[in-house]
Design a protein around this ligand. Structure first.
Ligand SMILES: Nc1nc2c(ncn2[C@@H]2O[C@H](COP(=O)(O)OP(=O)(O)OP(=O)(O)O)[C@@H](O)[C@H]2O)c(=O)[nH]1
Ligand SMILES: [Mg+2]
Length: 354
């Protein structure tokens, strides 16, 4: 899953990008990077302890950092969204942290930043939709049936966007979604909101306009995460032992970045299945609703091509009973065909023949 990081200026986008991906980034550089982040899943650590494999592999997300959006600035907007063309989902960063040494974005109140960012999304989608409508209407030929249908659909979207409605809130058939696939419409993508708080706000669990932001996220089905960029940087610079110590003092077991990667994973409709053994313990990513055949294909095309059956044991059963053999002996291993829907936490072994 490719995630675009977006927001107004100096809100902490690049800082969070760097924390997620572990990449060293020059905050003043004009270059904007992409990078891979591990999705922290404690279950993988538990499985690794059980199997002591040579290699442990976590699920990943890919992130794109972008330049700041400027309010009502079409040129900047185009630059940002061209960097987001391939992003399948968007993470909006909002700044709550107070620090006069860091210049504030054009609007200061966190909820106003979020609204301004969403407005840019709406403007950008409206730009895309209206220019396509114009192209079709000005075509110097009779439109094909397919184009007539597209034009009608686009006009529906134009009206919604004009009413400040996010396209994710509009009922669309699979056919219609497919038709819109090439436009990379921002408000059609799943969205997560990350509020970058300071230490004081972090310990108070509050900041200015929080209630409004939470409400807005709920209303629009955005994931919502609070994170203290500064604290995360500190945690990042510590040894594993010191980190655990500090986290314990903070009353938690995992860093905000670990929490964030998991929240995004859920928000974007992803699940993990596991493969286990002496060589490797590995988490793999699937969209919710995927089948055993999809799982096989994710591991290797050969496994999909030669698919016979999938053996599935539930993560919880494996942990409770202590070994694959014990799960089998208890009659809890499932043997399923290619259409079986995979659930989060399934431990899978594909039987295949090529
Ligand atoms: N005090 C404090 N400073 C932060 C925090 N997060 C980021 N900063 C600082 O804020 C400044 C801007 O951070 P960046 O990560 O570059 O923000 P950005 O959104 O990428 O900025 P632009 O790309 O220029 O729009 C840097 O000096 C960071 O060190 C935080 O949680 N607390
Ligand atoms: Mg930046």
């Amino acid at each position: 899953m490719r995630v675009g990081i977006v927001g107004l200026s100096q809100v902490g986008k690049t800082t969070i990008f760097s924390l997620l991906t572990g990449m060293e980034v020059d905050l003043f550089s004009e270059e904007h990077e992409k990078g891979i982040a591990k999705v922290h899943d404690p279950r993988v650590d538990v499985l690794a302890k059980m199997f002591e494999p040579k290699k442990v592999t976590y699920a990943t997300l890919e992130f794109y950092d972008t330049p700041a959006l400027k309010i009502n600035d079409k040129k900047e907007r185009m630059a940002v969204f061209s960097a987001l063309q391939l992003a399948e989902s968007l993470m909006i960063v909002v700044r709550a942290f107070e620090n006069d040494a860091v210049s504030y974005p054009e609007v200061e109140k966190p909820v106003e930043q979020l609204k301004a960012t969403l407005d840019e999304f709406l403007f950008r989608d409206l730009d895309v939709v209206t220019s396509r409508i114009e192209r079709l209407e000005n075509a110097k030929r009779k439109l094909e049936m397919k184009e007539e249908i597209e034009l009608k659909l686009l006009k529906r979207l134009e009206e919604a966007l004009g009413n400040e409605q996010l396209l994710s809130k509009i009922e669309l058939t699979d056919e219609e979604k497919k038709m819109l696939g090439g436009f990379s419409l921002a408000t059609l993508k799943p969205i997560a909101v990350v509020v970058n708080v300071d230490e004081e706000q972090f310990s108070n669990k509050d900041y200015e306009t929080k209630a409004e932001i939470v409400e807005l996220c709920k209303k629009n089905d955005f994931a919502y995460v609070e994170l203290c960029g500064k604290l995360e940087m500190e945690l990042n610079s510590l040894s594993e032992e010191e980190r655990m110590e500090l986290l314990k003092d903070l009353g938690t077991e995992e860093t905000g970045i670990q929490r964030l990667s998991r929240a995004l994973y859920n928000q974007f409709g992803l699940i993990s299945f596991f493969t286990v053994g002496k060589d490797e313990v590995r988490a793999w990513t699937l969209k919710k609703g995927s089948t055993a055949l999809d799982a096989a294909g994710t591991i290797h095309t050969d496994l999909a091509r030669g698919f016979i059956k999938a053996e599935i044991i539930k993560y919880d059963d494996l942990i409770r009973l202590g070994s694959e053999k014990a799960v089998k002996d208890a009659g809890l291993m499932l043997l399923v065909g290619k259409d079986h829907v995979i659930e989060d936490g399934d431990v899978i072994n594909i039987r295949f023949n090529v």
